[in-house]
Ligand binder design. Structure first.
Ligand SMILES: C[S@@+](CC[C@H](N)C(=O)[O-])C[C@H]1O[C@@H](n2cnc3c(N)ncnc32)[C@H](O)[C@@H]1O
Length: 240
């Protein structure tokens, strides 16, 4: 595992992804999404792996579930980096058998430890909301991803989204408000983390707006697919 010096901060998000959360993180995800997160991660990694290249990175990798699916699909010769600033989350990732084939890096994704034009592929799942909800900060972060990607390199992103249908959107937000906090807190014992999740999901961008932010960050081509009536979305952005 590599470490990149991260300045001491009072980063609330970093504190949320504590050992209490990391130990139960995957179980809580599977319960709260009725297992759909697994299907969506597989969709993300199949799309991501289909583009080829040899330098791949899963950013905000957390407990590494998406990185593990990616590792299994990676042809020989691919180097897979996995980046996160939470040592507790990455410690869980490193326990997995596929973790042996992954280059783990503790770093903040807002300042990536990669050269310009050096990666073929970036993936990220369920982390955009955690980086920041602010449009400016997200644009700067995605511009950083654009910097490290090679020309024709791709950034494939999976995140919760907003259903188009008003009634479905209201039901989805009601489910998040009513169930995510108590169920997440009961299973993990980490109430603030799931209060935070329940707070950010209804406030996140619809897919068209996230696509516009990716465009503002410099990505020349951005396409997206809605998943499960728009409760999640998969964005594919290409440099150049
Ligand atoms: C909700 S988890 C998602 C983990 C994983 N990608 C998944 O699909 O399960 C969000 C992760 O993003 C990480 N994270 C948030 N902001 C970050 C930043 N600025 N730099 C590095 N990691 C960050 C957190 O530490 C946490 O592990």
């Amino acid at each position: 595992m590599q470490f990149v010096m991260i300045p001491e901060t009072d980063n609330a998000v970093e504190k949320i992804f504590s050992p209490k959360v990391s130990r139960t993180y995957e179980l809580v995800n599977h319960v709260l999404t009725f297992g759909f997160d697994v299907l969506w991660r597989r969709k993300l990694t199949r799309l991501a792996a289909s583009g080829g290249g040899t330098e791949w990175a899963d950013l905000c990798t957390g407990t590494g579930e998406t990185a593990m699916y990616l590792r299994r699909l990676a042809p020989e010769g691919v180097t897979l980096h996995a980046v996160d600033f939470s040592r507790a989350m990455m410690a869980e990732a490193m326990k997995k058998p596929e973790g042996k084939g992954i280059d783990f890096i503790v770093a903040d994704v807002k300042a990536l430890p990669f050269e310009d034009n050096s990666l073929d592929l970036i993936t990220m799942s369920f982390a955009t909301r955690n980086i920041n909800l602010d449009r400016e900060v997200l644009t700067q972060t995605f511009a950083e991803y654009h910097r490290v990607l090679k020309p024709s390199g791709r950034f494939v992103n999976l995140e919760t989204s907003q259903p188009t249908c008003g009634l479905l959107r209201a039901l989805f937000h009601g489910f998040v408000k009513g169930l995510v906090k108590p169920v997440g807190a009961a299973l993990s014992g980490a109430r603030p983390a799931y209060a935070y999740l329940a707070h950010t999901i209804p406030r996140f961008y619809p897919p068209e707006e996230l696509a516009a932010i990716l465009g503002d960050a410099g990505f020349e081509t951005v396409t997206f697919k809605r998943l499960l009536f728009g409760m999640a979305a998969l964005h594919e952005s290409t440099k150049g």
